[in-house]
Design a protein around this ligand. Structure first.
Ligand SMILES: C[S@@+](CC[C@H](N)C(=O)[O-])C[C@H]1O[C@@H](n2cnc3c(N)ncnc32)[C@H](O)[C@@H]1O
Length: 355
């Protein structure tokens, strides 16, 4: 039998052979004797394999680099090109290292890594963010449910976790609806609704949010279907309902979960100057809120009743998501009660009595 040269033996390593055959071949080659039969020949080579940084997964690198006592961050939220970490106290001394690994392992999709500094507290619901790695731009484009939104995380509110809820809400609208989005932000609900409904009036107190809302309206070619306002929610409700708009509003969205209930009293008497027969155009209100109560639905319903000074009978309350242990975000939907919409201010009644 023809003995194989080293290169032929090496080449034969690539042959596809069964485990038993491979063992026999190896034994024969190592013994240096002739082959017992016409089996492919292979050679065992001892070598050192160096696996570089690129080979390892993000978590494996972090596990190796961080001290054992530090919990490795398991993931991050993504907003466009921005990775948003939520680091705990004990991880903070390693924030730059963690951010760099997150950036390296997720580039080019991720180009900036930030960490939330504080809980959202201000009126505009914006986050205090520290840029830890990558480029310093917090202006990004987010694609949600196939729609593009331009946002500046330094100046406006954005929460990707509400994408499914926004979809659920918009799905309940019809093509004949006219929507009023009292706390619209940069327009995730407004724009997605405008693709389906007849018209949307959108408002936000934050001028930057309104600027981005207007850009998003243009970006999505919806300028004929959306009108943007920059005022306080209460004034917006009062002025929108007191003037005779070309499109009567059928749906109202109030997505400011911490405080929206406190704005409900703005609906008291909104139709006081109209004939009561107009009641067919009473809008459906969708209001968001938080509750830590044992019975969150009961608690939220009670607060709505109190704000309207009326018992809302036909109300649907949906659990959106748990935002913290024991704390629910809820969405209540109900038709504005006729008595609330047509309520006369008490001083008007008193004045009539005197006459
Ligand atoms: C929780 S965010 C919701 C934004 C948007 N609906 C979304 O889903 O992204 C609440 C928005 O209400 C705005 N806001 C806060 N106080 C307001 C007020 N008094 N009147 C109108 N808008 C207000 C904030 O600027 C913020 O954009």
């Amino acid at each position: 039998m023809k003995s194989l040269s080293i290169s032929e033996k090496r080449a034969s390593i690539y042959c596809s052979i069964g485990v038993t055959s491979a063992q026999r071949v190896c034994t024969a080659v190592l013994k240096g004797g002739d082959m017992p039969c016409k089996l492919p020949v292979c050679e065992l080579i001892q070598c050192q394999l160096t696996l570089f940084y690129n080979y390892w997964h993000m978590n494996e690198v972090l596990e190796t680099l961080l001290p054992e006592s530090i919990v490795v961050p398991t993931g991050f939220e993504t907003v466009g090109h921005i990775a948003h970490l939520n680091l705990g106290e004990e991880q903070l001394p390693y924030k730059k290292l963690i951010a760099q690994v997150v950036l390296d392992k997720n580039w080019p999709k991720i180009q900036t890594v930030v960490n939330k500094i504080d809980a959202i507290q201000n009126d505009y619901r914006t986050m205090q963010l520290e840029i830890l790695a990558g480029n310093h731009s917090l202006v990004t484009t987010v694609v949600e449910n196939g729609i593009k939104f331009l946002v500046d995380l330094a100046k406006v509110y954005w929460n990707s976790r509400l994408a499914t809820e926004r979809q659920r809400l918009v799905r309940s609208f019809t093509s004949s609806d006219v929507v009023c989005d009292v706390f619209s932000g940069v327009g995730p609900i407004t724009i997605s609704a405008a693709k389906k409904v007849k018209y949307v009036y959108a408002n936000d107190l934050n001028p930057h949010a309104v600027e981005y809302l207007e850009r998003n309206v243009v970006l999505n070619k919806l300028d004929r279907k959306i009108e943007a306002f920059n005022m306080d929610g209460r004034r917006f409700i009062e002025s929108l309902f007191s003037s005779q708009r070309s499109y009567p509003i059928t749906q109202v969205i109030m997505n400011l979960p911490n405080e929206a209930v406190e704005f409900l009293d703005a609906f008291r008497g909104i139709f006081r100057r109209r004939a009561r027969a107009d009641s067919c155009s009473l809008p459906r209100i969708h209001i968001y809120g938080f509750s830590k109560a044992l019975n969150p639905e009961f608690d939220f319903h009670e607060r709505i009743n109190m704000a309207l000074c009326e018992t809302v009978i036909d109300i649907k309350i949906y659990r959106v998501r748990l935002v913290a242990p024991g704390k629910w975000m809820l969405c209540a939907s109900f038709i504005l009660p006729k008595n609330v919409a047509f309520e006369q201010p008490s001083w008007e009644g008193e004045a009539k009595e005197q006459v």
